[in-house]
Design a protein around this ligand. Structure first.
Ligand code: ADP
Ligand code: MG
Length: 592
């Protein structure tokens, strides 16, 4: 790395000014980024007392020569840029040359460093921006930066600090983000004595295991779409989801960023596959011409702006969609473990405890902690379980109907094992996919019709306001496959319905449609989703309807070719796979 030098004032001014040290997590971030910029292959992060008492980062990077230690703490001292022109294409994470100085202004900082080739190391201790101690030090090659008593000089700031716990969480998140954006670096983060993140330095999947836990990482699907805007990474299968957006990590040109539009692009790809209000997790890595990205919009470099935002959005959405569609050609991705958890609490325990004997001992006992609401598809074993029973994509291939139990559950056979099907949820998903496909086709080709003329038009009575609504929604309705128009002041007449709904009673279907239109607002794709989900629900067989063997097989055949077949439009599971391994455990037969 080039020597550290003071930036000329003009360059310093060209950089958006900003306070770097907002909270302990930002200290951790700056220290780690410096280490990565210095070529570190191993990072050891320690955070104690909410990060206010102590943050320490040990790296095995290129080190800082003894003569430059003092300079590293000076404002606008950086070895990374020297001319304003360099700013446009910054490849390193840090470049303002003010992080260490800002931190040293509000804390005690001790830097101990030894460049790779140097015979010995050196140490420099500064407090409130004053160097208070300097001299040789015995240390391994690399750099250790320790920050103590953060904000000691500004007690007002301390008062406004969030609770120590929240600070620790934020610092751990920084470590996790770095682990995912730099999987090749081995990162350990110990927070108040507990190892919160540990990655081996290897592939992205290795890093994901260390961050999300083995079981959650096993549900990640690869994203890989090369191009001018290349999109890579891993995103969670639809049945695995989280309550918040915080576990979806975006990386742009090697830098962890936050960007609302890109988050939306990823979530759009899950539309109809995931329950409302739940969020995917994973890492989405976007690589594009750095000239088209502005990283200098936020003082802590957290946000980016794209010159061609629409193109980046489209590329991300397409890439995620392709990744999800990879498992949509068959009834795929019914993670065995959570399905078993939903059905057999004892098995859920066996998965997490890894010992069947233990499960038997507590069967019927207090095992609720491993099970959350199974209907939401989140009855997973906790993160960190060995994940042996958990699978990501699991193709089951064709389904052969075996029969229906009572008039409720359908049983089928697949190459992966026994499959239990919720006929209503399955049918709902098939119809939903058909409605959406017809809508899309109608958008491309007006003549393409997912619409079926009724032999006898039906009229439905309604409020005058609803008549007006129908009149203003003809576009939406015709794309959905309806031909509905006002028929006097208090009724509408329907001449055609979507083919997907042809089994439904037309008068009831139209009444349901009018209900669904009531108060419905929002962007078109969302309305399409809601309308299609509602129509599919009303047109699908009821749970409790007996199906003929031929009807069962037909439903299974259609399900097998439906995109995202494993979940209904509301995100609930449609099928549960009981494979040989699960059944063997249940019947206590030796594993094969
Ligand atoms: P910036 O990262 O923006 O250049 P910093 O204040 O974060 O500014 O760091 C100042 C300089 O100190 C860096 O440019 C780098 O030369 C040196 N430095 C800081 N931390 C390390 C480290 N862990 N290993 C090697 N050099 C470092
Ligand atoms: Mg820096």
């Amino acid at each position: 790395m080039s020597p550290i030098r003071l930036l000329p004032a003009a360059v310093a001014d060209a950089i958006a000014a900003g306070e770097v040290v907002e909270r302990p997590a930002s200290v951790v971030k700056e220290l780690c980024e410096n280490a990565i910029d210095a070529g570190a292959r191993r990072l050891d992060i320690v955070v104690e007392g909410g990060g206010i008492e102590r943050c320490r980062v040990v790296d095995d990077g290129s080190g800082i020569p003894a003569t430059e230690l003092r300079l590293a703490l000076a404002r606008h001292a950086t070895s990374k840029i020297s001319e304003a022109g360099d700013l446009a294409a910054v490849a390193t994470l840090g470049f303002r040359g003010e992080a260490l100085a800002s931190i040293a202004a509000v804390a005690e900082v001790v830097i101990t460093s030894r460049p790779a080739g140097a015979a010995a190391g050196a140490r420099c201790r500064a407090r409130a921006a004053e160097v208070v101690e300097e001299g040789p030090a015995a240390c391994a090659p690399g750099t250790t930066v320790e920050v103590r008593d953060l904000f000691f000089a500004t007690p007002a700031r301390l008062r406004f600090m969030r609770a120590a716990r929240a600070e620790i969480t934020a610092a751990v998140r920084v470590a996790a983000d770095l682990a995912l954006s730099h999987p090749e670096v081995a990162i350990t983060c110990t927070a108040d004595g507990r190892v919160a993140v540990r990655t081996p330095g290897g592939t992205l999947r290795d890093a994901a295991r260390g961050v999300f836990g083995t079981a959650a990482a096993a549900r990640l699907l690869d994203v890989d779409a090369p191009g001018d805007v290349a999109v890579a990474g891993m995103i969670a299968a639809p049945l695995a989801h989280r309550a918040s957006r915080s576990a979806l990590v975006l990386v742009v040109n090697g830098r962890r960023v936050h960007n609302r539009a890109l988050t939306v692009a990823v979530e759009e790809a899950y539309r109809g596959l995931m329950p409302a209000g739940r969020h995917p997790y994973g890492v989405v890595i976007v690589t594009l011409d750095p000239e088209t990205v502005d990283v200098n919009v936020h003082p802590a470099k957290r946000e980016v702006r794209f010159r061609h935002e629409g193109a980046v959005f489209a590329a991300v959405q397409r890439a995620c969609w392709a990744a999800l569609r990879g498992l949509q050609t068959t009834v795929a991705e019914t993670p065995v473990a959570e399905m078993a958890a939903a059905a057999y609490p004892t098995l859920a325990f066996a998965e997490t405890a890894g010992a069947w004997g233990a499960a038997v001992a507590v069967a019927g006992g207090d095992i609720g902690s491993t099970i959350t609401d199974p209907t939401m598809g989140v009855g997973f074993p906790a993160d960190g379980a060995d994940g042996s029973g958990a699978r990501g994509a699991l193709g089951v291939g064709p389904l052969r109907a075996v029969g229906q139990a009572g008039s409720t559950w359908m049983v089928a056979e697949s190459p992966s094992g026994l499959v239990v099907v919720d006929p209503h949820a399955a049918h709902e998903k098939v119809l939903y996919a058909q409605l959406v496909a017809a809508w899309d086709a109608a958008g491309v080709d007006r003549a393409a019709s997912g619409s079926q003329l009724l032999l006898l038009p039906v009229t439905v009575d309604c409020e005058p306001a609803t008549v007006a609504r129908v009149e203003s929604e003809t576009e939406l309705l015709s794309r959905m496959g309806f031909a509905v128009e006002p028929f006097g002041p208090t009724s509408v007449c329907c001449r055609a319905i979507p083919v997907a709904c042809s089994a439904a009673d037309p008068a009831r279907l139209v009444a349901d449609l009018l209900d669904a239109l009531e108060g419905d607002a929002g962007p078109l794709p969302e309305r399409r989703h809601r309308l299609a989900a509602s129509l599919a629900c009303h047109s699908a067989v009821r749970f409790g309807d007996a199906l003929e063997p031929g009807e069962q097989q037909q439903l299974l055949d259609r399900l097998a070719e439906t995109p995202g077949a494993a979940t209904c439009p509301h995100g609930r599971p449609t099928v549960m796979i009981l494979d040989d391994a699960v059944l063997r455990r249940a019947f206590r037969r030796p594993a094969r």
